[in-house]
Design a protein around this ligand. Structure first.
Ligand SMILES: Cc1cc2nc3c(=O)[nH]c(=O)nc-3n(C[C@H](O)[C@H](O)[C@H](O)COP(=O)(O)OP(=O)(O)OC[C@H]3O[C@@H](n4cnc5c(N)ncnc54)[C@H](O)[C@@H]3O)c2cc1C
Length: 320
């Protein structure tokens, strides 16, 4: 359905709710790639009941819903995406609280809270456990959904429980034991991470800050942090021998480092990063992804899988 035809009914659909509705909202400024088109409506719920009722009404009306975090692991098609894109960047969704006694190291954070700010606050207070998130742009919900991390650990290491809201708007608490954290993936029923509880541990504040700084230094030296990318484009594949190998190394050895397709190029710093020129096109990224996959298949007999989510109209990928 064309965007013009969708926007009025979507605004009506959500009437009376504590939500901000932005029809035909451009998504490029909300993603790290900085490319892609509009969604039919960007919806910002102000509280949990509004989020739940939005999901209920959209489900009943057959409107597809996606959730956007910091947009650091996402490519939006140039023609945009249909339906509602939810963003938890208002009210309690962006906040966190440390346990009132200040001694337990438990922190409760909204799904839209900025992971980097939370990590720095924890470091300042002398709570360790989030340093692995240094240099990883993410919302709390997006980090948990992807089990973000790397060489120094992953967010799954500290998650204690989450509040998950499903496509029907039903919220439930999922305890750590019921969640399987895997390599850049968390096994959860499809839904929205509205809140998370994390268990940190006491450490010397300056030691925590030093680790944050060291990890950041490592990232800056090995990755193009200042460019428009979505981090690693491909998952590190597991070979038939069971060994997990670096996708960047395979891409580099296949001769793709530095190569370009229109506005997109393979970073000369890290071959698993695809960077886009300002004002570039998602179509160029897609073409480059396909060319790299073909090149790596030909050179190494390995089929790469993308790690970055791709949203486009008429496609249910990413919908709740
Ligand atoms: C410069 C750079 C460096 C990076 N380095 C790393 C790295 O070292 N390690 C690493 O793991 N990643 C890295 N990334 C990728 C990215 O930071 C992570 O994948 C991060 O977890 C994405 O979080 P987000 O909030 O931006 O999610 P988005 O990109 O907004 O969304 C990603 C996926 O999560 C879903 N999602 C978002 N919020 C929620 C929610 N509240 N509930 C349920 N689902 C949700 C979305 O629907 C989508 O499917 C890097 C990215 C960049 C740009």
């Amino acid at each position: 359905m064309p965007a013009e035809a969708m926007t009025t009914p979507l605004t009506n659909l959500l009437e009376g709710l504590s939500v901000e509705v932005h029809p035909d909202a451009p998504l490029a400024p909300l993603t790290w790639f900085g490319v892609g088109g509009c969604c039919d409506a960007l919806v910002r719920p102000l509280d949990l009941p509004a989020l739940q009722e939005t999901l209920r009404r959209c489900r009943a009306a057959g409107v597809s819903v996606r959730v956007l975090g910091s947009g650091a692991n996402l490519l939006v098609d140039d023609a945009g995406v249909d339906g509602v894109v939810l963003r938890l960047d208002r009210g309690a969704f962006t906040a966190w609280t440390f346990d009132a006694d200040g001694a337990s190291g438990r922190v409760r954070a909204g799904g839209g809270a900025d992971m980097s700010k939370l990590m720095h606050e924890a470091a300042r207070l002398g709570w360790a456990g989030l340093e692995a998130m240094s240099g990883i742009p993410a919302s709390v919900g997006g980090a948990i959904w992807m089990n973000a991390g790397g060489k120094f650990g992953a967010i799954g290491d500290v998650v204690d429980s989450i509040t998950l809201v499903n496509g029907e708007g039903v919220a439930s608490t999922v305890a750590r034991d019921a969640i399987r954290f895997a390599y850049r993936h968390t096994e959860l029923p499809r839904g929205i991470v509205a809140e998370a509880c994390m268990q940190l541990r006491r450490d010397d504040a300056s030691a925590v800050r030093d680790r944050v700084r060291d990890h950041m230094r490592y990232k800056k030296a090995s990755q193009p942090m200042a460019e428009h990318s979505a981090g690693c484009m491909f998952r590190n594949p597991t070979l038939p021998s069971g060994e997990r190998v670096s996708a960047g190394m395979l891409i580099d050895r296949a001769g793709w480092k530095g190569r370009r397709e229109g506005s997109a190029h393979v970073s000369p710093t890290h071959a698993n990063f695809i960077c886009v020129d300002p004002g570039g096109r998602a179509a160029d990224v897609r073409r480059l992804v396909e060319a790299i996959m073909a090149g790596v298949r030909e050179a190494h007999g390995v089929t790469l899988q993308t790690e970055v989510a791709f949203w486009k109209r008429g496609d249910r990928a990413g919908a709740i």
